[in-house]
Design a binder for this molecule. Structure first.
Ligand SMILES: Nc1ncnc2c1ncn2[C@@H]1O[C@H](COP(=O)(O)OP(=O)(O)OP(=O)(O)O)[C@@H](O)[C@H]1O
Length: 280
């Protein structure tokens, strides 16, 4: 089976902090996949290693069967990326940023069409820095979609958005999924994850402690909701009163929260690369 994304035994340390500690997962074509975990669990580092902007210490990653480090050019024609901290020039306008992004690709989508679809047609001449948080997030989705990607990576896309703006973004993501796009997202909002994700992986201290569907996560223990399941897996130290989930017989893959708590962040040799992130 060809996967949109395959990650195997990925390891990445920053000095003495093992941010990603043997992470493996696959994402099927057309799937919406959520990478979940508390602050510092290793989500962004995993995505960055996967996308080839950070060099992993060990392990491998492939997107659409391509190596993100050696087939970078070909890969970024087919992949869209939105990071938490998108960088752009001071004073640049929405139109200018879209045109500059479009110029990087041979077969790009029409930015004006995308801006209109995302309700940004009226702010094209405005400076990006003058946009509201919701407008800016939608612009970042537009930028990620300009290359007409087959796979799109969205890192905490709806953080900071009001309820209406979040719902608008969800609607757009559902449309993208219906068109067959593979979506890999990180999020701290479990309602969003329930709404959007076909499957999730929960990271704790750099390791995957659960992977499966949302119903499988809820059914993996005495949980009334995804949020309860998530907290037991992702915040095991705070879930002293929570009951450990049972290993599901047929679905989902679980490392118990108590195991995850014991994993900690073992010290490792300093990574030669440290904290340097390469640009895309
Ligand atoms: N450039 C860096 N230099 C040193 N340590 C880093 C760097 N980036 C991340 N870390 C550390 O690596 C660990 C994982 O961080 P990462 O940003 O991948 O987590 P995250 O799950 O994306 O968190 P958040 O939800 O807060 O974005 C944390 O302990 C973090 O402090």
């Amino acid at each position: 089976m060809e996967y949109a994304v395959s990650v195997h035994d990925l390891v990445k340390s920053y000095g003495g902090t093992r941010a990603v500690d043997g992470v493996s997962f696959d994402v099927a074509l057309g799937e919406t996949f959520g990478l979940l975990g508390a602050n510092g669990a290793g989500k962004t580092t995993t995505l960055e290693c996967l996308l080839g902007v950070r060099r992993p210490d060990a392990g491998s990653a492939a997107i659409l069967g391509m190596d993100p480090r050696t087939q970078r050019k070909e890969l970024f024609r087919r992949v869209g990326v939105q990071f938490q901290e998108a960088r752009y020039q001071d004073k640049i306008t929405v139109d200018e940023l879209c045109r500059a992004t479009r110029a990087l690709y041979r077969e790009a989508d029409d930015p004006a069409r995308l801006l209109a679809r995302f309700g940004l047609g009226d702010v094209r001449a405005q400076a990006v820095e003058s946009l509201s948080g919701g407008q800016r997030q939608r612009l970042f989705v537009v930028l990620a979609l300009i290359p007409r990607p087959e796979v799109v990576f969205l890192d905490e896309l709806t953080t900071g958005l009001d309820v209406k703006a979040r719902r608008d973004v969800w609607k757009l993501l559902r449309e993208m999924r219906q068109q067959g796009m593979t979506i890999v997202l990180t999020s701290h909002f479990m309602d969003e994850v329930e709404e959007l994700c076909d499957r999730v992986a929960i990271l704790c201290a750099g390791r995957i402690v659960f992977s499966g569907t949302v119903p499988e996560a809820v059914a993996s223990g005495p949980f009334g909701s995804l949020e309860e399941a998530y907290l037991a897996y992702a915040e095991p130290a705070d879930a002293a009163d929570a009951v450990e989930p049972a290993t599901p017989a047929t679905a989902g893959t679980v490392a118990t929260p108590s195991t995850a708590a014991a994993l900690g962040t073992p010290a490792t040799a300093e990574s030669p690369e440290g904290g340097t992130r390469e640009s895309l």
